[in-house]
Design a protein around this ligand. Structure first.
Ligand SMILES: *Cc1c(COP(=O)(O)O)cnc(C)c1O
Length: 391
């Protein structure tokens, strides 16, 4: 059995570190609040400067507090190397730019995170890079979109509005047979529930802002993969664009990481309770949650994920205006973007054209760490209140 799938191993990963004499046995990693590292002799300086990845020379390259978090996250994701960035988008754009050059072609999921799609379809066009957006639910769609000049397949599974999956093993096999690099945004599942590198995906990116932080107090990102691919990103995109994670953010995220397995278990259980309650509600047409047996890709979700997190959506026959009135009546769910934190959130959007039949709105819920029973009562009272208002 792969130890990474063992929840007990994950708990010990989160809580345990060997005593490090360099830090006087400090139980938390100290915050190295320094821009540069000085040397006693020119020989030592030169030796470090020649191996800036393994030594500490300058904090835009390698800071010990940040490195500590990178090593911990690499261990959890079963990656050789990790590099932490100032945001999820800094990590995503660095990873993409490490793969493509003028004249290349990208295949990207049509339901990928909005700013990621904006980057590949519009921004990269200025540099002579073409992108095809595809519905990745079928590997055949991805295969048909591949061209001789395709250098990157960009995945996000599940996607974060419609919760569509891609078959990661099939995508990895297709890409490897054509010499194409694969990147996946794994923010929804986290390494607790899905480890794409073990399925042959080349690079994993996370918005740490979401579950890995989990406290809605940091914006951060990470790229993980083989030493060959990630050290190239560390030398080029990390050093040249300078979108670094600070030592303070690394220390803050390290604190949050200690409870990641605990929190994910709780998000999973509560979100399933709320989703199961919603199935029978009159305003719900369809629930988009990969761990419900009604999800069209339920079998695939069981095959490639070990669990599910707290973010899902449902489709609704009511108008967005009416559902916004409903959202206004919620007491425990707050209206806001982002997700992955301790707090429950709601957004109401018009239904995505082409994705749904009779639905008029798409409601996304993030289930936080509150009592699931309280959240269910809150959803019910808000619906009772808006329907009473109608009469
Ligand atoms: C939020 C988010 C990002 C971007 O992360 P930031 O930390 O906000 O830059 C990327 N992918 C997904 C799926 C996200 O939800």
């Amino acid at each position: 059995m792969n130890k990474h799938n063992d929840r007990e191993w994950q708990y010990t990963w989160a809580a345990h570190d060997a005593v490090d004499e360099r830090h006087h046995g400090s139980i938390q990693i100290p915050i190295y609040q320094t821009s540069l590292f000085a040397f006693e002799s020119y020989d030592k300086f030169k030796q470090a400067a020649n191996n800036a990845q393994t030594h500490h020379v300058y904090s835009r390259g390698n800071n010990p507090t940040v490195r500590y978090l990178e090593d911990k996250l690499a261990e959890l994701e079963n990656a050789e190397m990790a590099k932490c960035f100032a945001s999820g988008m800094a990590a995503i754009t660095a990873a993409i730019l490490s793969v493509v050059k003028a004249g290349d072609h990208i295949v990207c999921m049509d339901q990928a995170y909005g700013p990621t799609r904006e980057f590949v379809t519009h921004y990269l066009k200025r540099f002579g890079i073409e992108t095809s957006l595809v519905d990745g639910r079928s590997p055949d769609n991805i295969r048909s979109a591949v061209r001789p000049e395709t250098k990157l397949i960009y995945l996000e599974s599940p996607t974060s509005m419609m919760f569509q999956l891609q078959d990661l093993a099939a995508c990895a096999e297709l890409a490897r047979s054509r010499g194409i690099i694969t990147i996946i945004d794994n923010s929804w599942a986290t390494p607790i529930f899905q480890r794409p590198l073990e399925m042959g995906i080349d690079l994993v990116v996370h918005s740490i802002t979401k579950y890995i932080s989990g406290q809605s107090d940091s914006v951060a990102g990470v790229v993980l993969g083989s030493e060959r691919l990630v050290s190239r990103i560390a030398e080029d995109e990390y050093m040249l664009f300078g979108g670094i994670m600070t030592a303070h953010t690394a220390a803050q995220v390290t604190r949050c990481m200690r409870t990641l397995p605990l929190r994910m278990e709780r998000h999973e259980r509560s979100a399933l309770s709320v989703a199961e309650h919603l199935i029978s509600q009159p305003y719900v047409l369809r629930i988009n949650h990969p761990a419900l047996s009604s999800h069209p890709q339920y079998e695939l979700s069981l095959k490639q994920m070990k669990g599910s997190s707290g973010l899902f959506s449902f489709e609704c026959g009511e108008s967005p205006e009416k559902m916004r009135q409903w959202a206004n009546r919620l007491n425990l769910f707050k209206i806001g973007v982002s997700w992955g934190g301790f707090e429950s959130l709601v957004t109401v959007n018009p239904a995505i054209t082409g994705c749904v039949g009779e639905a008029r709105s798409l409601i996304r819920l993030h289930i936080g760490l509150e009592s699931a029973g309280d959240l269910i009562r809150d959803l019910d009272q808000a619906w009772a209140t808006v329907t009473a208002d109608d009469k």
